[in-house]
Each structure stands twice: as structure tokens, then as C-alpha cells.
Write a protein that binds this ligand. Structure first.
Ligand SMILES: Cc1cc2nc3c(=O)[nH]c(=O)nc-3n(C[C@H](O)[C@H](O)[C@H](O)COP(=O)(O)OP(=O)(O)OC[C@H]3O[C@@H](n4cnc5c(N)ncnc54)[C@H](O)[C@@H]3O)c2cc1C
Length: 428
């Protein structure tokens, strides 16, 4: 099957993807080295790495490859987390923090190398990203991030308001931090391409196969789906912000932020020549942040916190219209042809987690809005760590337990806060 279930949930990306892997639901018992639950970047990168190393691997995806965050995101391939470097070093300590910063700093290189090696058709553009100052305070924040980045060797450039206006096509911003390591992709196509490459190397992929039970059976893990069992020496749970209930598996607790996106039809050439002519992807320094980028066909894609549907969808939709008009006055009358949203798994400290479930079994989650390069890096390292029983292969230390309190309240607060911010101040 090619994953027709709810493809519409992925909005524009489901329409413009040309890479579709063909799989079928789990319909037999299987014995492999590694079983993966979840078919996003983390799971598919692990499956690809395992298959490339000659191991046997089975991946179970409840819906279709890329159904979660990996098929819905903005497509900014960032070199690092949302947190500035000093915050990471403070929270993790110098040695563990530097290891994570270095591994994630090389993340975009890893992503673009895989895209090239596997010939993945996902509109890769390695033109860097612009973190845009939405105010004078935002500009000061970027100056601080620039100093911190430089200290650890990140090749960042601080741009003044004029250069930012030339690159973006709007005078709305007070400057920008340019990261040449980064770029943009068509996110769902990248995920499908990872899966296709893994399958070509011998990975067994099963869509429409929700794992519903996990048990330890002698020295193996036994994962059930569709009334069949996959037995494996190693287990990776890669369900991030989209976990379904699985008997025998404790659910990790974290908050969820919903992020919505609105895309125009392809813009006329004269407008396209003005807006992001070099192809950078952008997001801003506002507390209730927003993002914009252009895809290969020349559609402008605007994103902001909050859901594009449901009860608050009308508020966020009206905000998107006002925001587009305010940032790009020439686009005031241009309608949105696509709208969709997705769930972001936010940990309390905004740092991803690797949680030990048992012998050679881990769950990886909590990229806190930065999962393209990190998901690729963590997924690839998960295959090495679990197949070789070397937890040090992960970019961060493996934890035996993780718990957060008040996650439901924080999730509601994020959604409510975004709706209020968008209703009250359209320019945020
Ligand atoms: C709107 C949005 C914008 C974002 N923008 C960016 C961005 O620009 N740059 C960036 O780097 N990151 C971004 N992110 C974050 C990034 O998309 C995620 O961190 C990343 O996709 C997580 O990948 P993953 O493989 O861990 O999880 P996911 O892609 O969410 O995959 C998890 C999969 O597990 C499956 N699953 C769940 N339970 C089961 C089960 N029991 N059995 C089988 N399968 C199961 C789900 O169906 C799902 O397909 C954004 C996220 C969102 C939602």
C-alpha cells in the first residue's frame, strides 16, 4: 500500500510529494535483529542505517510513512536545537553538552549527504536559514546567539536590516542571524525517501501496522501488530509526539505544541523574484514564533503556533491572512490553498531524551521543534547503539527514567496562549 490513509493530514506536502514508498501491512510473524515502532525520521533513519550495516530490521508504522511530525513540518534543516548553545551547556554540563552541539552542528551535512547518496527527490536547497529579529529585543537576542555560536565554532553571520530586507523581500525585520550550514527540504518526501532507501537495502517496512503490545520473551523483544509478532534482539520506539497506546510500554510524558501552516498557490514570477530569491528558510524571534519559506514551485508557506483546524482554527487562519499582508503587502489578496498542522513534542528543558526501556531497547523523543537533522542523527545512532549494545553511540546519555508533571496543563496553555496572542496582536 502507498499510505493513502489520511494523506490529507500532511497538507501541501501530501500533494507535492513525488517519492512514495510502497509497503503492506504486517501479515506474518518475523524474526529480526532490530524492530522499530514509528515511521518518521527517527524510525526510518534507524531502519536505513541498520539495513546498510547488514542487520535485519522491521519497521511498524501505525498509519503511513511520515504520518507524524515528519510529514507535516516546515522543512527547515537546522544545525542544532531551538535552545542557544550556552543553555544546552548549562543544562547538560560541558562535556555532554559539547558532544550534542557538535553532533547536531553536523546534522544538516548528514541530511544532505543522505539525500544525495540515496537520490531522494525532496527539493533540497542548501541556502542556509535566517533567524529573523521581529523587534529590537529580538535583535539583541540574535546578537547574543551569534556570540555564543561563534564561541563553539558555528559559522554564523549577523545581517543588518538592509541585507535582511534584500534577502527576504520585506522590511519588517530588524536583522537576521544567517546559518549557512542549514537549508530546506520537502519534509514528507525526505521521510518517504529514507524509507524507500531502507527498503531497497532489505528493511521490512509495514504501514497500517500499529504496534499494540510489547513483551520481553526470553532474550528477545516481541512486538505485536495486526495479530502477528515481530521478534527482535533490539527495539527502538520512535513515536515522538504521535504515540498510540501499546500494552507493556509506559508512555513518555511531555507537553505538546500544535503548529499550523498555510500555503499559497505558486506565486507569479515577479513576486517570486522579490521574496526569498536565494531560497533561505526563516523563522522569527517572537515568543509566539512564526516561520516562512518558499517551496520549489514558488508557493509561500507561512507557519505559526496553533492549530489550523478545530475550535481555534478560525483565529489562527485570520492571523495568517493578516500576517501575510503585514509582512508581504504585495501578497495581501493572495489566498491560501493549503492548510494543515502537526504536533511538536516539547520536553521541559527543550532537550531530546533517550529513555532505556530494557536490554537493548530505547525510546527517543522530545526534539522540541527541531527534528529533521536531530531525528536523522538520533535515528542513525540508535541503530548503532542498539544493534551493537553501545549506548555511547547516542549523542546524549541514555536515561533510565524520565517524567514531567503538569504536561496536560502546559499543552493547554500553549494552545490557549497562541490563540490569545494571534487574536489580540495580529503582528506577532
Ligand atoms: C508543524 C511542525 C513544524 C515543524 N518544523 C520543523 C522544522 O522546520 N525543522 C525541524 O527540524 N523540525 C521541525 N519540526 C519537528 C519535526 O517534524 C519532528 O521533531 C520530527 O518529525 C520527529 O520525527 P520522529 O520520527 O521522531 O517522529 P514522527 O515523525 O512524529 O513519527 C512518529 C510515527 O510513529 C507512528 N506511531 C505512533 N504510535 C505507533 C504505534 N503504536 N505503532 C506504530 N507506529 C506508531 C506515528 O503514526 C508516526 O508516523 C516540526 C514539527 C511540526 C509538527
Amino acid at each position: 500500500m502507498s499510505g493513502l490513509t489520511s494523506r490529507a493530514d500532511t497538507g501541501l506536502w501530501g500533494v507535492s510529494t513525488t517519492e512514495w514508498v510502497t509497503t503492506r501491512p504486517l501479515d506474518r510473524d518475523l524474526d529480526v535483529n532490530l524492530v522499530v515502532i514509528g515511521g518518521g525520521y527517527t524510525g526510518c533513519s534507524a531502519a536505513l542505517e541498520a539495513a546498510r550495516s547488514g542487520a535485519s530490521v522491521a519497521l511498524l508504522e501505525a498509519k503511513f510513512i511520515g504520518h507524524g511530525g515528519s510529514g507535516r513540518n516546515v522543512g527547515l534543516v537546522n544545525a542544532g536545537l531551538w535552545l542557544p548553545p550556552d543553555a544546552i551547556l548549562r543544562q547538560m554540563g560541558e562535556s555532554a553538552g559539547m558532544r550534542l552541539l557538535e553532533d547536531l552542528g553536523k546534522g544538516p551535512e548528514a541530511v544532505f549527504r543522505i539525500i544525495e547518496r540515496e537520490a531522494i527527490e525532496c527539493e533540497p536547497v542548501r541556502a542556509g536559514t535566517l533567524h529573523l529579529a521581529h523587534s529590537a529585543a529580538g535583535r539583541a537576542d540574535l546578537e547574543d546567539r551569534y556570540r555564543q555560536g561563534n564561541r563553539i565554532g558555528a559559522p554564523l553571520r549577523l545581517l543588518d536590516a538592509d541585507e535582511t530586507a534584500r534577502r527576504t523581500g520585506t522590511r519588517r525585520f530588524h536583522g537576521a542571524l544567517f546559518d549557512p550550514r542549514a537549508g530546506t527540504i520537502q519534509p514528507l518526501a525526505y521521510c518517504q525517501g529514507l524509507a524507500r532507501a531502507a527498503q531497497a537495502k532489505g528493511a521490512h517496512l509495514f504501514e497500517a501496522s500499529p504496534a499494540d503490545g510489547v513483551v520481553r520473551d526470553g532474550d528477545r523483544w516481541r512486538v505485536s501488530a495486526n495479530g502477528h509478532d515481530v521478534r527482535a534482539a533490539a527495539l527502538l520506539v520512535a513515536t515522538n509526539a504521535y504515540p498510540r497506546f501499546v500494552t507493556g510500554l509506559a508512555q513518555a510524558r511531555f507537553s505538546v505544541v500544535t503548529y499550523g501552516q498555510f500555503a499559497t498557490e505558486p506565486l507569479p514570477d515577479d513576486m517570486r523574484a522579490q521574496i526569498l530569491p536565494d531560497g533561505e528558510g526563516c523563522w522569527d524571534t517572537a515568543m509566539v514564533m512564526s516561520s516562512f519559506r518558499v517551496d520549489r514551485a514558488g508557493r509561500l508557506i507561512l507557519g505559526g503556533m496553533g492549530s489550523a483546524g478545530g475550535p481555534a482554527g478560525a483565529i489562527h487562519g485570520a492571523w495568517a491572512r493578516r500576517k501575510l499582508r503585514e509582512v508581504f503587502p504585495a501578497l495581501a489578496g493572495v489566498p491560501f490553498a493549503h492548510r494543515w498542522h502537526g504536533r511538536i513534542a516539547m520536553t521541559a528543558d527543550h532537550i531530546p531524551k533517550v529513555l532505556r526501556i530494557g536490554p537493548r531497547a530505547c525510546a527517543v523523543f522530545g526534539y522540541s521543534g527541531r527534528g529533521i537533522a536531530p531525528g536523522t542523527v538520533f535515528g542513525t545512532s540508535a541503530a548503532r547503539a542498539l544493534l551493537n549494545d553501545q549506548p555511547d553511540a547516542f549523542p546524549i546519555p541514555v536515561q533510565d527514567a524520565y517524567s514531567e508533571r503538569f504536561t496536560a496543563a502546559r499543552t493547554a496553555f500553549f494552545e490557549f496562549g497562541a490563540a490569545v496572542a494571534h487574536a489580540v496582536d495580529p503582528l506577532r
